[in-house]
Design a protein around this ligand. Structure first.
Ligand SMILES: Cc1ncc(COP(=O)(O)O)c(C=O)c1O
Length: 411
């Protein structure tokens, strides 16, 4: 295992936005166990549903439909965009993505997949092959039939252009990539609307509509990996892809879906879902406790209007982070949407040399000051800030104060 910090933090208990270590020290949690605790730690209503289900029925496998499973599938069909109507449940984001690629291959009868550079898709061999960050492709994984296109990393544009004069060359380049690096016969394209592990890389608003048109021209289905961006995280919409005006054919979800209970979901159009024929099961997939917890999580997000809260408090967070950027020259860029905000740290704003060691030290300083945030990016120099959607302005004020102090101590 890898763990954060020079000395691992052993967490004993948690409530709402607070973590407590084994010595009883309190931390403000602005990472939520990697964007997973979306409705606050040990949320009372969600926990009640979970416990009640644990007393009623825990497990029968996907060989038996259960009421929690069906109710969750119906809820997902209602909140996902377009004609995404059928769900298959697994245990993780990795499996959700595996299932999506499997379905796309069954539906198209083709094999080749296009993914994006800087992507993170999980830790199976296929998911690591879709992943495009060398540090996360352990064991030399690299299956055939996967090609990687340019993403929109405007801060470090691979074409050294500037938006909008660039005319979205990164998106348009995908056509040449398909023609040169694949057979032109695509099964699928898979992408995160905002790349999470990649460092909260947020594309310009036209990027995905240009890409989707090219992908569909070559017969691929569009898979939106919403493992990090799902369920209101990006503010104002249930799913990240909805901001970009593209209708996906498949959505994959995990992390925030059940507020920390293990689950993965692949939600597809009926014709894609039904194309997968033959024997397939997931022993723990659709587990009654996980699916009931997931439904309770979505209900909670809905009843507390958290998708909108993520937009409003997210804008406030963004504003305050930009205030920090004015004060601390190490913050090269602030980017993201809603309650998914990142800060790329550089040694020099002109050369943009990644501040790798400084990011590590800042993580330790923030922890010592009582604030938990995440880290990411190809160079491990991006701070990932993503509290539960229950976050209030006063929590943001507290976090900004702790971050400000940490940056000042870094000098
Ligand atoms: C965008 C994305 N997809 C897939 C995964 C894999 O999910 P899991 O770790 O649940 O297998 C992750 C995990 O971080 C992720 O961020």
């Amino acid at each position: 295992m890898i763990t954060y910090y020079s000395e691992p933090l052993v967490v004993e208990r948690a409530k709402d936005l607070c973590l407590y270590d084994t010595e009883g020290r309190e931390y403000l949690d602005f990472f939520g166990g990697i964007l997973t605790v979306i409705a606050g730690h040990c949320n009372d209503r969600i926990t009640e549903a979970m416990v009640e289900q644990a007393r009623t029925l825990q497990h029968v496998s996907t060989l038996f439909p259960t009421i929690p499973q069906v109710e969750l599938a119906e809820k997902l069909a209602a909140i996902t965009p377009g004609r995404l109507q059928k769900s298959f449940f697994t245990n993780s984001g990795t499996e959700a993505n595996e299932t999506a690629i499997l379905m796309a291959r069954a539906y198209t009868g083709r094999h080749e997949v296009v993914a994006l550079r800087h992507a993170y898709s999980g830790r199976s061999t296929l998911a690591m092959s879709l992943t495009a960050n060398y540090a996360w492709r352990v064991g030399g994984s690299g299956l055939s039939g996967v090609a990687h296109a340019h993403n929109a990393y405007c801060y470090r544009c691979p074409f050294e252009k500037t938006y909008p004069d660039c005319n979205l060359i990164c998106a348009r380049d995908i056509e040449e990539m398909i023609r040169t690096a694949t057979s032109g016969q695509l099964a699928a394209f898979i992408a995160e609307p905002i790349q999470g592990v990649g460092g909260f890389l947020t594309p310009p608003r036209e990027y995905f509509s240009i890409v989707a048109e090219i992908i569909r021209k070559y017969g691929g289905v569009f898979i939106s990996d919403e493992v990090q961006t799902g369920f209101g995280r990006t503010g104002g919409k249930w799913f990240g892809i909805e901001h970009w005006g593209v209708q996906p054919d498949i959505i994959t979800a995990a992390k925030g879906l059940a507020n920390g209970a293990p689950i993965g979901a692949t939600i597809a159009t009926p014709e894609i879902a039904d194309s997968l024929k033959g024997l397939t099961i997931s022993t723990f997939g659709g587990n009654a406790v996980s699916t009931r917890t997931a439904k309770a999580t979505i209900d909670y997000i809905e009843s507390e209007n958290l998708v909108e809260n993520a937009r409003i408090v997210g804008e406030y967070l963004r504003d305050r982070l930009e205030g920090l950027q004015d004060k601390h020259s190490m913050i090269g860029e602030v980017r993201g949407m809603g309650l998914m905000q990142g800060m790329e740290l550089v040694r020099d704003r002109k050369t943009k040399e990644p501040a790798v060691e400084e990011t590590k030290r800042l993580m330790d300083l923030a922890r010592n000051n009582g604030l938990i945030i995440g880290k990411g990016g190809l160079y491990s120099n991006v701070l990932r800030i993503s509290p539960a959607l229950t976050c209030r302005r006063s929590d943001v004020d507290n976090a900004i104060g702790l971050l400000d102090r940490s940056f000042s101590q870094l000098r």
